[in-house]
Design a protein around this ligand. Sequence first.
Ligand SMILES: [Zn+2]
Length: 235
Amino acid sequence: MARISPRERPDQETVLWPMQKLCPACGSPMRVRYENQRTLVTLAGSTRLRLKIRRCERVGCERYGHPWRPEAEGALALAKHEFGLDVIALAGVLRHRDHHSVPEIHQALRARGVEIAERSVTNLLDRYDELLATSLTDSRRLRAMLAKQGRVILALDGLQSEVGHEVLWVVRDCISGEVLLARSLLSGTAANLASLLRDVVEAVGVPVVGIVSDGQTSIRRAVERTLPGVLHQLC
Ligand SMILES: [Zn+2]
């Protein structure tokens, strides 16, 4: 009998709700209209994400019918990727800090219970490199998209690596879902994070109308310094 892969039988289920209740374009209430599901392989096992999706239904709004996904989704996974960001971050640290080969990384992930084929490790490393290479200042596509959108709502998340002090910091735009900047830092002091945020704020070219993060003190201080007066929502 064929073995049931954990990917078909997730260990856990997580329900995520979007925090933003008002349409960022027209300010009308956005109701939860449907649910999306995706299965994610993380270092803590595989999990089924149940994502509650809101949308703006005000006729004439530029965001009419556009989905608003839970902000926390992007802290766990990149769009359309079956492995969690924690798996990508670990693979990246093993590669770049410890200079492990692909077979060694494969072995290390398997030892942590991650069901992954060796060829997919190369894909994880490509994602990690792409993520760290994301730079608003170089990206004409991103800047043009943001200019059209007219505003951003930032999300700042830090993923602590399981094998050291490296933290992968990712800044996203919640309206478009795009990653704007990612950096691997050895310390997440308020000064480091403020400098990261300042780089994003200077490069987006449009107003930052909100920011979402967890309540870590260094993040709160960095936001107060960089974005005074901007609505800061804590998850
Ligand atoms: Zn709207």
